[in-house]
Design a protein. Structure first.
Length: 351
């Protein structure tokens, strides 16, 4: 590295020993400062170097103090020289500081960088209960056939749950269902049939209505649960026959289970229908028939209780067990699995 000062600035061509030694010291200090500054690793090191070279007791400052020993002629020349070097060192410190700031920023950006290509953490997702899925499917099938959906209360009057459905107090059919009684005159509905009457009392025929919901009976084993789900449907208009009933139910069962579903219609008895029938479906998982549906032509007494003239109108009704239909659809061998809320079981139906 070349010296920073040549005598050419001085006109005399001769300079004092004091100036010569000042220049020699300066020549030693400046390259050292340059080297140290370019090696400084962080801003703390920069600050130390600033103090070391330019501070009150810094090496350049100390050289400055020696200007007093110079002649009036040499002093401004040496002063200018020291100032130039001070300015240069200041500029180097600033430049290095800026470089370090950029480097710090870059490393912070690198550190904080988010890899957007990493796979995310999926929040656990719930799914619909199989009974809910089948309920919605059933509702959709009937909706597409023109039925509208209505609902009724789970705490029902005894009148609508039994009497209005042609099951008076002393009627033996009342023993068919083990009832949970609530406050006087009310029960936990034992079936969804009372909503037939609610719908009839609320509107005039033609009526095509379905209801889905919870019902309650004092009963519990592999094929019975104290709370279970039913769907009720009925249709009332002029000249409705058993043929309409069979047509609608066949259409429904094929829509839910596919064209190969095996079904069996059996004559049966219900107080609120005459004639009555039951439908069984072949349940592969248990290797047997499973009763899922009761149906029939609505009894004239029931129509009358619903404010409908049985001379002019006729209708059919049907009630089915959604839980059993769910078991058949998915091959679930035990009804109780549906009510245990075991996630290992339920996760199989997430869709
Ligand atoms: N309510 C009956 C039950 O829970 C099912 C039923 C049978 C409903 C025949 C009907 C029907 O609408 O016509 O066992």
């Amino acid at each position: 590295m070349s010296d920073i000062f040549s005598g050419s600035d001085l006109q005399t061509g001769e300079y004092s020993e004091a100036l010569a030694s000042l220049i020699a010291d300066l020549n030693a200090v400046v390259p050292e400062a340059r080297k140290a500054i370019s090696a400084a690793a962080d801003r703390k090191a920069i600050e130390q170097l600033r103090v070391q070279f330019l501070g009150k007791k810094g090496r350049i400052t100390k050289l400055n103090q020696r200007l007093g020993k110079l002649s009036g002629e040499e002093r401004p020349v040496a002063g200018k020289l020291l100032n130039t070097q001070r300015t240069e060192i200041t500029a180097l410190l600033e430049k290095r500081t800026a470089e370090l700031e950029v480097r710090e920023l870059e490393s912070r950006i690198a550190e904080e960088a988010v890899d957007v290509t990493l796979p995310g953490i999926r929040p656990a997702r719930g799914g619909l209960h199989p009974v809910t899925r089948v309920t919605r499917e059933i509702e959709e099938i009937f909706r597409s056939m023109g039925f509208r959906l209505e609902s009724g209360p789970e705490v029902e009057t005894e009148w609508l749950n039994f009497d209005a459905l042609n099951m008076p107090e002393d009627h033996p059919a009342r023993d068919m269902q083990d009832t949970f009684y609530t406050e006087r005159g009310h029960v936990l509905r034992t079936h969804t049939s009372p909503t037939q009457l609610r719908s009839m009392l609320a509107a005039k025929p033609p009526l095509a209505v379905i209801t889905t919901g919870k019902v309650y009976r004092h009963d519990s084993d592999a094929t019975h649960s104290p709370m279970f789900h039913q769907m009720e449907g009925f249709l009332v208009d002029e000249a409705i026959s058993m043929g309409h009933l069979k047509g609608v139910l066949h259409e429904f069962l094929r829509a839910l289970y596919g064209p190969d579903v095996r079904t069996r219609f059996r004559p049966s008895f219900f107080p609120f229908t005459e004639p009555s029938a039951e439908v069984d479906i072949w349940f592969e998982a248990r290797g047997g028939w499973m009763e899922v549906l009761g149906c029939g032509m609505i009894h004239p007494a029931v129509l009358r209780n619903g404010g409908i003239d049985p001379e002019r109108y006729s209708g059919f009704a049907f009630g089915l067990g959604i839980d059993r239909m769910t078991c058949i659809k998915f091959g679930i061998p035990d009804l109780r699995l549906l009510f245990e809320n075991d996630l290992r079981f339920l996760r199989q139906f997430q869709g």
